[in-house]
Design a protein around this ligand. Structure first.
Ligand SMILES: Nc1ncnc2c1ncn2[C@@H]1O[C@H](COP(=O)(O)OP(=O)(O)OP(=O)(O)O)[C@@H](O)[C@H]1O
Ligand SMILES: [Mg+2]
Length: 130
């Protein structure tokens, strides 16, 4: 795992919810990886907010299905999901949490059999509901 973060990453919001969102993204990057695979976490802070890119090796999600990852209960591999007792719920929740903070989450395939989840959060906006 390679983690590259600036000294400070500041965003105004609900710490516990953001913690859960980032935890799931990291959990996925490890869980859906290959043996001996890589995870790269790169954070970047600008005046407007922060961007967090989490990239992992692994077979990933077929291009045709990639838009489904934010659907509730969507899981690519039943066997693997069952092994980990996963529900296919968390990315749907992540999207909601990030949206409540005025941000965006993007999920994409990258060359070399990699998957990347990018979270962008503005610095200032507060959550609008629980
Ligand atoms: N980093 C990733 N690399 C490859 N596939 C991924 C990655 N993240 C998510 N996926 C695919 O998207 C599906 C949905 O992810 P999500 O986090 O919502 O559910 P989950 O990990 O199966 O269960 P849980 O709700 O416990 O997190 C996963 O089952 C997996 O098939
Ligand atoms: Mg998950």
């Amino acid at each position: 795992m390679e983690v590259r973060l600036p000294k400070e990453l500041i965003v105004k919001g609900r710490g516990e919810k953001l913690n859960r969102a980032f935890s799931n993204i990291l959990d996925n990057a490890v869980k859906y990886n290959v043996d001996g695979g890589r995870v790269e976490v790169i954070g970047d802070q600008s005046g407007a907010g922060l961007t967090m890119k989490t990239t992992n090796t692994g077979p990933g999600v077929a291009e045709a299905d990639i838009h489904k990852v934010f659907d509730q209960f969507y899981r690519v591999e039943e066997s693997r999901s069952l092994r980990y007792g996963s529900s296919g719920l968390w990315l749907a929740i992540v999207k909601k949490i990030v949206a409540l903070h005025g941000g965006k989450v993007n999920f994409e395939r990258k060359p070399g059999s990699c998957t990347r989840a990018t979270v962008s959060l503005p610095r200032q906006r507060e959550t609008t509901s629980r």
